[in-house]
Design a protein around this ligand. Structure first.
Ligand SMILES: NC(=O)c1ccc[n+]([C@@H]2O[C@H](COP(=O)([O-])OP(=O)(O)OC[C@H]3O[C@@H](n4cnc5c(N)ncnc54)[C@H](O)[C@@H]3O)[C@@H](O)[C@H]2O)c1
Length: 336
């Protein structure tokens, strides 16, 4: 019998994540550990780019995850930053999950939320482990959009309690909106800054979630207070600054591609010696945290994370009745 095919809409994904935050967080860590143990297949992402719209793209992330999950799949995620002008989110996505044994697709899941969730949960996981004094200090947010908002939700879920939050966005209305959201949602008063320097110079944890296409953080003095840095947007920090930091990645081969700051640093130096290791290496204490340097986590964003979170979301959405079943989707699957 061919499997029932499910569609999981965004509202169901939201319920599943909000009702299972700890399980989602654990699934992200499990995915990293399975990847570190070689129990995943995570080929290169495939970029569809538009010569006449260089800031837009759609990325395909095919992957397989083993262990107890045993799912394959592909996330197809668009990034159209011009959408923001009409209050439409930059990113939109669908995730197809395939059964690991038969290969049959078993679900199509709204995946912008899965993507932002796995990104934010992985950032929160990294923040706990690359910070000398986790769960406190001051936070700077550079680029106050959807990923920044989701990351703060996950940092707060994990127990961070910031002395202050400093915001900077090229679009001041964006940081103003973000400050309003922080006040309404968490009763936190954030400071919006007009310049990058003042936002980050005294912050112990710095979150980069911009849509910058090329590095603009070029002055090593900006990091002279040795902050922990979540470099989620990957192209903000110049190679010169990267070379002075202790760099952690999710996957070395993936992260040193596609014109990321680390890729540029590799092209400049001709080596990868500036990468200390992966997040799993940090979790396993395979190298010591360097308190005397800025510590930067740059995650390329592995498709296996989407599969792990997508699998959990599918299971809980089926249990709660939120997933829409199509029992006859594969109506022609009998071979003879
Ligand atoms: N590494 C990963 O796994 C991963 C996963 C998902 C998204 N991302 C990245 O996160 C970034 C943010 O995504 P989002 O959905 O929040 O986007 P968004 O469009 O909602 O927000 C981005 C914000 O950054 C601001 N910005 C752009 N350039 C800036 C600059 N130089 N300085 C300050 N602010 C600037 C924009 O004005 C905007 O408000 C994107 O680059 C995306 O590719 C990374």
């Amino acid at each position: 019998m061919a499997p029932t095919f499910y569609v999981v809409p965004g509202t169901a994904v939201k319920h599943a994540i909000e009702n299972n935050r700890q399980r989602v967080f654990d699934s992200v860590e499990t995915a990293y550990r399975l990847h570190g143990a070689g129990s995943t297949i995570n080929p290169d992402s495939y970029f569809l780019r538009y010569p006449d719209r260089p800031n837009s793209r759609i990325i395909a992330l095919p992957a397989h995850i083993g262990g107890e999950i045993q799912k394959s799949g592909i996330k197809w995620i668009s990034s159209f930053p011009d959408n923001n002008a009409s209050n439409l989110a930059r990113a939109s996505a669908a995730l197809i999950l395939n059964d690991g044994a038969t290969g049959y697709p078993v679900a199509c899941i709204e995946a912008a939320l899965i993507s932002s969730t796995r990104t934010a949960a992985s950032a929160a996981l990294a923040a706990e482990h690359i910070s000398p004094a986790p769960f406190g200090g001051s936070l700077a947010v550079v680029g106050t959009g959807v990923i920044a908002r989701t990351t703060i939700e996950w940092l707060i879920f994990r127990g961070w309690n910031f002395d202050s939050i400093n915001l900077f966005d090229l679009d001041p209305s964006g940081s103003g909106q973000f400050a309003k959201w922080l006040k309404e949602e968490y009763d936190i008063t954030a400071v919006t800054h007009r310049g990058l320097d003042e936002a980050i110079s005294s912050s112990s944890l710095i979150l980069f979630t911009t849509t910058a296409l090329a590095p603009y953080v070029d002055d090593p003095n900006l990091f002279e207070h040795n902050p922990s840095v979540l470099h989620l947007s990957l192209r903000d920090i110049s190679p010169k600054v990267i070379l002075g930091c202790q760099n952690t990645v999710d996957d070395v081969d993936h992260c040193l591609k596609a014109g990321t700051s680390l890729h540029l640093a590799e092209m400049e130096t001709g080596n990868r010696d500036f990468v200390a290791g992966t997040l799993v290496d940090v979790l396993e204490n395979r190298f010591p945290l360097d308190r005397g340097r800025p510590r930067v986590f740059s995650p390329f964003g592995l498709g296996v994370l989407d599969l792990a979170v997508g699998d959990l979301v599918l299971k809980t959405a089926i249990e709660s009745g939120d997933a829409v079943a199509f029992p006859d989707f594969f109506s022609n699957s009998t071979r003879w």
